[in-house]
Design a protein around this ligand. Structure first.
Ligand SMILES: Cc1cc2nc3c(=O)[nH]c(=O)nc-3n(C[C@H](O)[C@H](O)[C@H](O)COP(=O)(O)O)c2cc1C
Length: 295
């Protein structure tokens, strides 16, 4: 087995992608480049990378990703990302959608956080006029009011990214502590559980746009519950972190298990499609019911 470091890179044929590949190869990294167009394979192979064409993997939906705080002027010296930047990011990946993520609860805890939010919705409206935009949260959920505003803004879908799984304020506690910033670490503790739990957000944010259920999905059964609550897709981040720290094989095993759990759950309720799952009768009990009734 080779000891060399490995890099997997998307958007490999863009300006930044090519430079990254050149630098990595000069430093003896093995590079696997993922591209959407066959025409660029030769070019990347000449640089020394192995190139894989995404369509060979039959990925049904490719989503690019930028942060809402990066669309507006912040205290830092970084310039806001423009519509042109967003277009070239989409182009680079040949993505179907561009996700704009909301992560302000993380930004307030980060020592170097971008905490200006004024003008974000205006930017989302501006970008939605030109590009297929999905807006996503990253662990704090989307409220009904926000979902309505996003629909009016012209976004194509919402990933609720609700409370219940990865907590970015919690992640920032450890960063704060490692930087000796107890003040920020304490802020992180206070906001560890900030947000709208995923099931509640799925019900609240159902304003007629396609929804993605993420935030706290632990298995395929949770993914099925998200679909029955109205989502068109369910997603995982935290659950795949541990296997990803081990090997690609561990990630594949984990994904196969999740898919089998999802299939089994849908089989057990006699559901053959996502459309059918959405029409299932759901029973809501406990704290979730209590919260929904109090709203
Ligand atoms: C290691 C890690 C990196 C992430 N990076 C991003 C990112 O770059 N952009 C984004 O929109 N969300 C990002 N997320 C947030 C996830 O998309 C998701 O909204 C959140 O983690 C909740 O899902 P989970 O409970 O399954 O982790 C990241 C999550 C993890 C765990």
């Amino acid at each position: 087995m080779s000891d060399s470091k490995k890099l997997a890179i998307t958007g490999a044929n863009g300006y930044l992608g090519k430079h990254t590949i050149q630098n990595a190869i000069q430093n003896s990294w093995e590079v696997n480049a993922i591209v959407r167009r066959e025409e660029v394979v030769k070019e990347l192979e000449l640089l020394g990378a192995k190139a894989f064409v995404v369509k060979d993997f039959d990925i049904p939906l490719v989503i690019g990703n930028i942060g809402a705080p990066q669309l507006i002027k912040q205290m830092t010296k970084h310039k806001p990302l423009t519509l042109e930047d967003a277009k070239s990011a989409l182009d680079m990946l040949n993505a179907d959608l561009l996700a704009i993520h909301l992560n302000f609860v993380q930004e307030i805890v980060q020592p170097e956080g971008d905490t200006n939010a004024r003008g974000c919705l205006r930017k989302i409206i501006e970008f939605s006029k030109e590009l297929p935009i999905l807006v996503k949260e990253t662990g704090a959920g989307i409220s009904k009011e926000m979902a309505k505003a996003l629909k009016t803004a012209g976004v194509k879908g919402i990933d609720v990214g609700g409370l219940g799984g990865t907590s970015f304020p919690a992640v920032e506690i450890y960063r704060g502590q490692s930087m000796g910033d107890e003040f920020r670490a304490k802020l992180g503790e206070t906001f560890w559980n900030w947000g709208i739990p995923t099931p509640i957000s799925l019900i609240e944010a159902d304003v007629g746009l396609p929804l993605i259920a993420t935030g706290g999905n632990r298995n395929g059964l949770d993914a099925a519950k998200g679909l029955c609550l109205g989502a068109s897709a369910s997603g995982f981040a935290g659950r795949l972190l541990k296997p990803a720290m081990k090997s690609a094989k561990d990630v594949i095993n984990e994904l196969e298990l999740i898919i089998e759990e999802l299939r089994s759950a849908l089989f057990l309720i006699g559901v053959k499609s996502v459309q059918q799952a959405k029409k299932q009768r759901v029973i809501i009990t406990g704290k979730t019911k209590e919260i929904l009734e109090s709203m």
